[in-house]
Ligand binder design. Structure first.
Ligand SMILES: NC(=O)c1ccc[n+]([C@@H]2O[C@H](COP(=O)([O-])OP(=O)(O)OC[C@H]3O[C@@H](n4cnc5c(N)ncnc54)[C@H](O)[C@@H]3O)[C@@H](O)[C@H]2O)c1
Length: 348
């Protein structure tokens, strides 16, 4: 067998190396850096090639492809969402992704994205909350204490200055796991026994549950004026977390409307329900929070540009580090048109 040439090799970041990279930089610094990359890409939103993600639904979950390009680089993520998986010892969400050079079409990075998705989702939530949450927000209710929850909590600490997290999950073991993981991070955690208790005194309400149904994690009468809702778990047709009355009383901010209208909390509302594209707040075209009593709601479903930013970040950070290895991913015949000859010569 011949040794692959440099042109055949693509840097690959395994789960193990992603964890090493994150610890090398520090989790909160990674969250801050990612938020900055995502914010920078939201500022140049208009130049991206945008499409709603391509979803393949089954009775038990969804598998999705999320592509986008800024004209110089192209990225996509493969991601699944299977709420029943945890009962089988598997994760609800797993992912991997690829970044490519638009000029040659050659991949420049292949990476795990399960951990990276949790980081980028949390960084996006906190970046949005930094602009929309009431000034001086220090307390967050975290409803749904699964895989994403510690990342969400730490991002709100690192980027928004939150210091207290009020935890609730229908499964007490998940809440205890989250509280134990957050011990020693500088966050104060309060274990709550109901969603009502969790939101007491909270300035930011994060819902991050997984259930393949239209659930009511927050009912209308639970939500008072002057809060920011960070709705993460409603991200598929037929999968929502908020009572529609809350949406009617809120100013709703979204990523990419053609995707959110199908997948987000607003799938419950009419097609002309008023929403604001969050990138327009960043670029100063539309106001964000305009009053203390306003309810702002980030109807997050996760958009391809956030993954693109995360891929860019990992590409920049792993350069000249040991946190990747080269995969023999691309065939590289001596004569580009003699692919078959390369195959023939490899026969032993
Ligand atoms: N918006 C985004 O960008 C984005 C990104 C990643 C994940 N998600 C979504 O976030 C959700 C959470 O993901 P995860 O990886 O943490 O899942 P997970 O399965 O690890 O955790 C979900 C938690 O929700 C709890 N839960 C379910 N129903 C509940 C209820 N009625 N009340 C209270 N708790 C309840 C479960 O007990 C579990 O602990 C999923 O729905 C996922 O699809 C969204």
């Amino acid at each position: 067998m011949s040794t692959p040439s440099d042109k055949a090799l693509v840097p690959f970041v395994s789960v193990d190396n992603m964890m090493r990279l994150v610890h090398h930089i520090g989790v909160e610094d990674v969250l801050r850096d990612l938020a900055a990359y995502i914010e920078a890409d939201f500022h140049r939103w208009e130049l991206f090639d945008k499409t709603p993600r391509v979803a393949s639904h089954s009775d038990v979950g969804v598998i999705e492809l999320m592509p986008t390009s800024d004209g110089e680089a192209y990225g996509f993520k493969y991601v699944n969402g299977h709420p029943k998986n945890t009962s089988e010892g598997l994760q609800t969400v797993t992912a991997f992704g690829l970044l490519a050079d638009v000029y040659t079409g050659y991949p420049v990075l292949l990476t795990e994205m399960t951990i990276l998705t949790a980081l980028r989702t949390a960084a996006t939530s906190a970046m949005v909350a930094k602009h929309l949450a009431p000034k001086g927000s220090t307390t967050m209710a975290m409803i749904g204490n699964g895989a994403q929850s510690e990342f969400q909590s730490l991002a709100m600490k690192a980027i928004c200055g939150v210091d207290t997290i009020r935890l609730y999950d229908k499964d007490r073991a998940a809440t205890e796991k989250c509280a134990a993981n957050l011990a020693g991070t500088g966050l104060k955690t309060v274990i709550c026994t109901s969603p009502e208790q969790a939101i007491e005194g909270a300035h930011i309400l994060t819902t991050c549950t997984a259930d393949k149904q239209n659930a009511t994690i927050l009912s209308d009468n639970m939500v008072g004026a002057g809060v920011h809702i960070n709705a993460i778990g409603g991200d598929c047709p037929g999968k929502t977390e908020l009572a529609s009355g809350i949406l009617e009383r809120s100013d709703v901010f979204v990523e990419f409307p053609p995707q959110t209208r199908v997948e987000g909390e607003i799938q419950q509302m009419s097609e002309d329900f008023k929403i604001t594209e969050f990138w327009k707040v960043l670029t100063g075209q539309t106001p964000g929070r305009t009053s203390e009593r306003q309810i702002t709601l980030f109807d997050s479903v996760g958009f391809a540009i956030e993954d693109f930013s995360a891929l860019r970040y990992v590409r920049d950070k792993v350069k000249d580090t040991p946190y990747h290895y080269d995969l023999d991913l691309l065939a590289d015949p001596d004569d580009p048109r003699d692919l078959f000859g390369m195959l023939t010569r490899a026969k032993t």
